[in-house]
Design a protein around this ligand. Structure first.
Ligand SMILES: N[C@@H](CCC(=O)N[C@@H](CS)C(=O)NCC(=O)O)C(=O)O
Length: 203
């Protein structure tokens, strides 16, 4: 196994969480480096694309959360081998990555503009995506997003539903996921109950 070091902000969840969870579920050792915003400011110039997460793999650096999740998914057997199932797995992760891009790019907005933007997003892209992912999961039997087994696509959806339900997203109603996508919420609950995930969040 390569020597792995994952660098990301010291926050609850975020773009490194899928890779972290996959490594934990797969029992793959890695260095979990959590940095402050100040440390990020001081070191971003040396990061390949000036952003986190960054994963060092035997000293080489890999960026882009979905790329890292796919790579880690392959190391941990949480990524489909079948090309069609792998494409579906990528599709689910990209759908959520699109949302992440919209949700986390209002740094320049005033509080009032941010509220209007987030409320629009909640009623628009977030709600639509929840409904469509609910249909996606229903169509595939209701247990796993793709490949009839746990993959990084499930972890990505889990992390999104966890964020929505946490109340950490200002101006997005915490009950939105339960209202629009009860099956996704049940799916997230099942993942949160996996013994290694329980242990991780307890720590
Ligand atoms: N497409 C990239 C986006 C990376 C990204 O924007 N990361 C954020 C943290 S979640 C960041 O480093 N923001 C600080 C900045 O750009 O100043 C990915 O998926 O990893």
């Amino acid at each position: 196994m390569p020597k792995l070091k994952l660098t990301y902000f010291d926050i609850n969840g975020g773009r490194a969480e899928v890779a972290r969870l996959a490594l934990i579920i797969g029992d793959v050792p890695f260095e979990d480096e959590r940095i402050s915003f100040e440390q990020f400011g001081a070191t971003r110039g040396s990061m390949p694309f000036g952003a986190v997460p960054v994963m060092e793999v035997d000293g080489g650096a890999l960026t882009q959360s979905s790329t890292i999740s796919r790579y880690v998914g392959k190391l941990t057997n949480l990524y489909p081998e079948d090309p069609w199932q792998a494409a579906l797995c990528d599709e689910v992760m990209d759908v959520i990555e699109d949302l992440d891009g919209q949700v986390f790019t209002q740094i320049q907005l005033t509080d009032e503009q941010k509220q209007t933007f987030r409320e629009g997003l909640a009623e628009g892209a977030i709600k639509t995506t929840l409904v469509r992912l609910e249909e996606y999961l229903t169509k595939r039997g209701g247990e796993y997003m793709v490949d009839n087994r746990l993959t990084v696509a499930d972890l990505k959806v889990f992390e999104w539903v966890r964020l929505l339900e946490s109340g950490m997203l200002d101006h997005v109603p915490v009950e939105l996921a339960k209202q629009e996508a009860p099956l996704l919420v049940a799916h997230a609950k099942k993942i949160s109950n996996l013994p290694k995930i329980v242990e991780y969040y307890k720590a």
